[in-house]
Design a protein around this ligand. Structure first.
Ligand code: C2E
Ligand code: MG
Ligand code: MG
Ligand code: MG
Length: 272
């Protein structure tokens, strides 16, 4: 009886596997086609200062597929597996360059951040393609902030550093995203030209509990500040969180309390 039960379970398992393989294959074709036919969009979420004034923004990829907006958490990992992440990165870089150029007509020195995954960052054409996108759009690289994650720092540090220095020389700035959630190698922070840490929203979620969650948030903020980093807190959703963070000396915020991500055209219109 155990044997037949095992066999049943196996065939169920195989059926699910096949279904997954098929749907992943379909999704792959759809994503490839989507990239070719301009379904990848660039949305922007503004960041604000302690008065709620817009100071900069972050570009967030979206896939507009069959009338639905698909979130990057569902297609970026797929794009990574399929080796399509660099194509998506190039598309986003072009949009970001355009937004920087347009935003700077209104607000001098305005900066926009884009997310770059480790695989994207370590790709041999990364710097060339990025610079090309900015020169095609006639946008200054000094307007660009690249958000990396701690996971990049597990790669060869000399290689990572060389790429960063090359871009830093052109005015690009670097920020560590989702700080505190990756494979931290804290000592490496002192060797790379990073000027900003973004504290992950998970710390904010539990950051008002009066217990360990709060101790953790407050300690991470202190650490970032004593490293001399610009500290941005993401995922601010309530006025209480905002007040607490202001009391801790935070001056840059990102979260639904202020602005949600919006399509590039809407975001640009709002600037005018
Ligand atoms: P991230 O870079 O940490 O971006 C912040 C995420 O938090 C965004 O999700 C944003 O919409 C969301 N968010 C902002 N404020 C709040 C808030 O107050 N509450 C809550 N609950 N969420 C908030 P999104 O747009 O779904 O992006 C998810 C992740 O996908 C990003 O996290 C980033 O790691 C990745 N991603 C997005 N665009 C790109 C891209 O162009 N390239 C790469 N490699 N990754 C990207
Ligand atoms: Mg980010
Ligand atoms: Mg983040
Ligand atoms: Mg994230």
């Amino acid at each position: 009886q155990a044997k037949s039960k095992g066999r049943d379970q196996f065939s169920v398992y195989r059926r699910i596997m096949t279904a997954q393989v098929i749907s992943e294959f379909k999704l792959e074709q759809q994503l490839r086609r989507g990239i070719q036919s301009n379904e990848i969009e660039c949305w922007l979420q503004s960041k604000v200062d302690d008065n709620g004034n817009v100071i900069s923004a972050e570009a967030l990829a979206r896939w507009r597929h069959r009338g639905k907006i698909i979130s990057p958490d569902s297609f970026i990992p797929l794009a990574e597996r399929l080796g399509l992440i660099n194509d998506i990165g190039e598309i986003i870089a072009g949009y970001v360059a355009c937004c920087i150029r347009e935003a700077r007509k209104r607000i001098p020195n305005f900066q926009i951040a884009m997310n770059v995954s480790p695989r994207q960052f370590m790709h041999e054409d990364f710097v060339t393609k990025l610079c090309l996108a900015f020169s095609q759009e006639q946008a200054p690289l000094a307007g660009l902030v690249i958000e990396i994650t701690e996971n990049l720092l597990i790669h060869d540090i000399d290689e990572v550093n060389a790429i960063m220095e090359q871009l830093a020389a052109k005015g690009v700035q670097f920020s560590v995203d989702d700080f505190g959630t990756g494979y931290s190698n804290l000592k490496r922070l002192q060797w790379i030209p990073v000027s900003e840490l973004k504290i992950d929203r998970q710390f904010v979620e539990n950051g008002m509990d009066g217990g360990r969650g709060q101790a953790l948030l407050d300690t991470i903020i202190m650490m970032s500040q004593s490293l001399g980093m610009t500290t941005v807190v993401e995922g601010v959703e309530t006025q209480d969180q905002f007040e607490h963070l202001k009391n801790k000396g935070i001056t840059q915020f990102q979260g639904y309390l202020f602005h949600r991500p919006e399509p590039m055209s809407t975001w640009l219109e709002a600037l005018h």
